[in-house]
Design a binder for this molecule. Structure first.
Ligand code: ADP
Length: 324
């Protein structure tokens, strides 16, 4: 692939050599029912597109296109924050233009900020031919998440970098484990067109939980992880029960329990809130059931006056990647 392109400097009319790459940065779903803040997965065909260009002008320039009306000041855009951190780490100056074509709505629960943060870490590493490994790229991307949500959580950015499922066993130091998705596992998503900011959805969470609830919850987390490793779809389904976070956040999503019941009736393995919502996701075994769940979501929402988008996707086995 020839990445070298030319451009004309508007002031001098001189031809400048630019290197340019285009990156696909996938949407992700974090929490996965019971595994709050420690598990996420990447979606196959839903995500943002980003273009990275070397520029002669030093510093970071952000161009924002598509959804969301994002800030273009580098310190206020998660992609800019990641670029600043990478520049600091290399102790060098460079000129870079980051064009974000935002296709995942911010505040959707589908990892909009994580897509930009991890796409930036991946793209800048590629553009300059650096050799940061995926673990280091996740670290950089987490700085972007800190800006968006107030917490350096990795459960969206890790799968956005590595693809598949990513389990964050611990943060001090970051310990992340990639888990392959069972081959017939499909995800159906409904995204009601309302915005819930992660930072707000975190404020309503309980500060402490009862031991008996913790026991139930970690039994489900262990069951979910075992189910993924064993491709045991029934075990995945019966483990996708969140008794701590979902009951508190359900009120933020209109008709959440109606959506959940409809998904289960249509044959889904389980259904819960994607990230901090408002998107709701369901797992199914096979595409036929995943599409039936999509119809069930549609039937539940079509008359409630809120507009929405529907998606069916496999789990992506690759994270951020170069596009032709
Ligand atoms: P999501 O879970 O969809 O990423 P968040 O609430 O975590 O939603 O993050 C969205 C917030 O991050 C918004 O306030 C948005 O303005 C801010 N933000 C800054 N830069 C970006 C970016 N490049 N992409 C998405 N959101 C961004």
């Amino acid at each position: 692939m020839d990445l070298t392109k030319t451009s004309i400097d508007k002031n001098t009319n001189a031809e400048i050599m630019l290197d340019e790459i285009k990156v696909f940065a996938p949407a992700t779903v974090a929490n996965v029912g019971c595994a709050f803040d420690i598990l996420g997965f990447a979606l196959h065909n839903i995500g943002d597109e980003m273009i990275f260009r070397k520029t002669e002008k030093l510093g970071i320039t952000i161009i924002s296109k598509g959804l969301g009306n994002l800030p273009t000041e580098p310190k206020k855009n998660v992609a800019g924050v990641v670029a600043i951190e990478m520049l600091k780490d290399k102790n060098m100056q460079f000129g870079i233009e980051i064009e974000i074509n935002k296709l995942i709505n911010p505040g959707s629960g589908m990892g909009s900020s994580a897509a930009s943060a991890s796409g930036a870490a991946f793209g800048i590493n590629k553009l300059f031919g650096w050799n940061y490994n995926s673990h280091e790229l996740v670290h950089f991307a987490m700085q972007g998440e800190k800006l968006a949500s107030g917490a350096e959580h990795a459960d969206n950015v890790a799968p956005a970098i590595t693809g598949k499922f990513a389990l964050i066993r611990g943060y001090n130091p970051l310990d992340m484990i990639e888990i392959d998705a069972p081959k017939d596992l499909y995800c159906t998503i409904i995204h009601p067109q309302i915005e819930i900011k992660t930072i707000e959805a975190r404020k309503i969470l309980p500060k402490e939980i009862a031991l008996k609830n913790a026991v139930i919850q970690w039994g489900n987390v262990a069951g979910l992880i075992s189910g993924l490793y064993q491709s045991n779809y029934e075990l995945i389904g019966r483990s996708m029960k969140d008794i701590i976070i979902e009951p508190v956040r359900a009120d933020l999503i209109p008709d959440f329990y109606e959506l959940k019941n409809a998904a289960i009736q249509a044959g889904a393995l389980g259904c819960s809130i994607a990230g901090s919502g408002p998107a709701v996701f369901a797992f199914s075994k096979g595409e036929t059931i995943a599409k039936a769940v999509k119809h069930a979501f549609n039937d539940t929402y079509k008359n409630n006056g809120i507009s929405y988008h529907l998606f069916v996707s496999k789990i992506c086995d690759q994270g951020a990647r170069l596009m032709d």
